[in-house]
Design a protein around this ligand. Structure first.
Ligand code: A3P
Length: 282
């Protein structure tokens, strides 16, 4: 089946991630008030981007599209700013960076090496696998995958989807969860009790929100609001439901067969054993 990717150090990546860009991202000299938010794809990164933007802007959306591709910068892609060290250095604080890389390729070197604040968001892997399948299917600008679900699930299990193994990715960041400049979030916690997770994020980033601004961020971060918001559901992607499909915990149940679910649970138990990390699946 068709699926476009590039391999670096054995890690499956989108073709637009080049060794040069990865090296540039790894060598960024970060500042203490920078924020780098990271995730495996389809784990709620657009949601988190929205929260971070609103937090820095008193809960008020900008007129145009959420500057996912300009203000919430990332260095791994070919089309976004910034790409050079000079561009990164010239950006005003607080800078926000995005990354879909495992911890070994963290922007600036990761929590133990860089002063920047890192926020990782993780989501249960069954929902991620389904969300990713829908996202990658039949669209040309990324993977352009055109195979069936059961084949995709096998790729996902084998770590042959873009960004590699979900297990390796999540566990790599989980290992550094206790660093003082690291916050580990779970999608399911945001779904269950968004205000308490927002408080964690604002305490961690030291961006205090007034009562009213706090309420504005809560309201503008709901799935329903983001899906219809010109700001959040950014322009070039409008009409493409990949970033706002269902927004639920447990939608994997509509896709996994019982046998697939049981086999996945077995693998999950093996890979997560002893890690202390667990997810809600419904
Ligand atoms: P689904 O495909 O399961 O609906 P990412 O932004 O990292 O690509 O993740 C996309 C997933 O996050 C999609 O999952 C999307 O619907 C979900 N999502 C986006 N905004 C959300 C929100 N405000 N609340 C809950 N889920 C949201």
């Amino acid at each position: 089946f068709g699926y476009k990717y590039r391999t670096i150090d054995g890690l499956v990546l989108p073709p637009y991630v080049t060794p040069k860009r990865l090296a540039a991202a790894g060598s960024v000299i970060t500042r203490a008030n920078d924020i780098c938010y990271c995730s495996f794809p389809k784990s709620g990164s657009t949601w988190l981007a929205n929260v971070l933007y609103l937090m820095l802007h008193d809960g008020v959306e900008a007129e145009g599209d959420m500057p996912l591709r300009s203000n919430l910068h990332w260095m791994e892609s070919s089309w976004t700013f910034p790409r050079t060290k000079a561009e990164v250095d010239a950006m005003p604080s607080p800078r926000i960076f995005k990354s879909h890389m495992p911890h070994g390729y963290a922007l600036g070197g990761g929590p133990s090496k860089a002063p920047c604040r890192y926020i990782y968001i993780a989501r249960n892997p069954k929902d991620v696998a389904v969300s990713y399948w829908h996202f990658e299917s039949n669209q040309s600008w990324s993977g352009g995958y055109n195979g069936p679900w059961e084949h995709w699930l096998q790729l996902f299990v084998d770590g042959r989807v873009q960004r590699g193994s979900w297990f390796d990715h999540v566990l790599s960041w989980w290992q550094v969860k206790d660093a003082e400049n690291m916050l580990f979030l779970k999608y399911e916690d945001l779904k269950r009790d968004f205000p308490s997770q927002l408080r964690r994020i604002s305490n961690f980033t030291r961006h205090e929100l007034s009562g009213e601004a706090f309420e504005r961020v809560v309201n503008a971060s709901s799935f329903q609001h983001m899906k219809q918001s010109r700001f959040a559901n950014h322009g070039t992607m409008r009409g493409f439901e990949g970033f706002f499909r269902k927004g639920e915990v447990g939608s994997w149940k509509e896709q996994f067969t019982v046998a697939q679910s049981e086999a996945f649970d077995k693998l999950y138990k093996q890979r997560m054993a002893g890690s202390g990390l667990d997810f809600d699946f419904d």
